[in-house]
Design a binder for this molecule. Sequence first.
Ligand SMILES: Cc1cc2nc3c(=O)[nH]c(=O)nc-3n(C[C@H](O)[C@H](O)[C@H](O)COP(=O)(O)OP(=O)(O)OC[C@H]3O[C@@H](n4cnc5c(N)ncnc54)[C@H](O)[C@@H]3O)c2cc1C
Length: 407
Amino acid sequence: MKKPLVNSSDASRGAGLSRLSRVKSRMGKQYRKNRNYDTGAGQHKYVTTLSPWVSLRLLYEQEIINAALSAHKFCDAEKFIQEVFWRTYWKGWLEMRPMVWREFTRQRDAALADFRDDTEYLMAISGNTNIECFNEWVIDLKETGYLHNHARMWFASIWIFTLRLPWVLGADFFLQNLLDGDAASNTLSWRWVAGIQTPGKIYLARAENINKFTDGRHKPVGKLVSKGFAIDDSASFNAEPLQLMNKSLRGRRTLLIVTDNDLGIDTSYKTFGEIVGVVGLDTVQFRSPKGASQNVSNFVTSAVLNTIEEFSKKKSIPARFLSPNNWTLITDFARQLGAETCVALRTPIGPTRDVLGNINTFLKLSRTEFVEHTRIWDQVSWPHATKGYFKFKGVIPKVLSSLEQNL
Ligand SMILES: Cc1cc2nc3c(=O)[nH]c(=O)nc-3n(C[C@H](O)[C@H](O)[C@H](O)COP(=O)(O)OP(=O)(O)OC[C@H]3O[C@@H](n4cnc5c(N)ncnc54)[C@H](O)[C@@H]3O)c2cc1C
């Protein structure tokens, strides 16, 4: 059994910050040169493996970039900063196209039913194909909760073009098992490999490339297809306008709802009126109809619990842990505390947002106001994610300087 990348004792902002200070030396020239090398589970030394904390927003994009710039010149850290912005870009892109997520969940649910007893699918997710490196990545993913970015690309490509399995099932398998499972980065990266995100441009894994970037550990010669195929997914979705304005909550008694999509309340609560209580909502089991792996659930649930406990102590306010569908807990708690409004950090498109949508409907019916606050980072960055990443990349310096002025 391989060691998980993190465990429940790492599920806090403090643990994320100490990891950040340990890996900031990796964010400069070395990252630019070597980031594509996958040195294997437990051995990653060219990438940061910060994603479990970033995806829960126990670490903020801004502070990771600041850490990079405190240790390296901008020109050396630029590549790393651009990678951090990939996540922001994907989120902004999906936020403007919620139908892409809807369509993914529709296709996924249909495929999960169709492939429930499919031998090829079952062999793939149990790591029993004739492609050794693929089998190893399945085990790494399940046991450690992490795969290097290059391995994710090879994995997705082999899944789609060599094993000829539906990309939506691969994306679902990732969401069940990745500690950093994220609706935008995951769905859109799978679409990108499949040639749907950038129509006509597929990503084909090649044995020589795998051999080179795994330092010779793997050489699947003769095992991978040499040609891909186009996937018929002609649906195109126009970008919808973003609603980014925040409502002022000054002077209001508020009940804070904290979700596993953004546990970074430390830096944001000051704009939330007078917080009289905090509710932690863990939606990890909604990442897939098949739930989330034990590793992932342990980490995420502990992170939610630790966050509300710390916040409750810091602010001397009561905290409750909310199990999904027990929405009356919110209204009862709000009433008990005399809270007029429930507030949450804006949750981007994905499973947590779907759950919050249900809460919103419930609160409306119970005549309780529910307000979401969009972070300044998202407000400033997302509107630029209208086209491809190349264009987005060009505005990063402008976005960073605008964020500095707004902080
Ligand atoms: C098929 C596929 C599925 C993916 N699924 C996810 C997912 O569910 N969740 C997720 O966070 N990332 C996903 N990624 C993106 C990327 O692989 C991970 O963010 C990265 O490997 C995380 O490891 P790290 O923290 O060591 O990254 P580093 O290279 O150290 O980068 C630092 C941070 O920058 C961000 N980042 C870096 N590269 C990317 C990228 N290509 N896309 C988006 N953000 C990036 C992450 O927040 C990361 O923590 C996926 C990529 C592919 C090809």
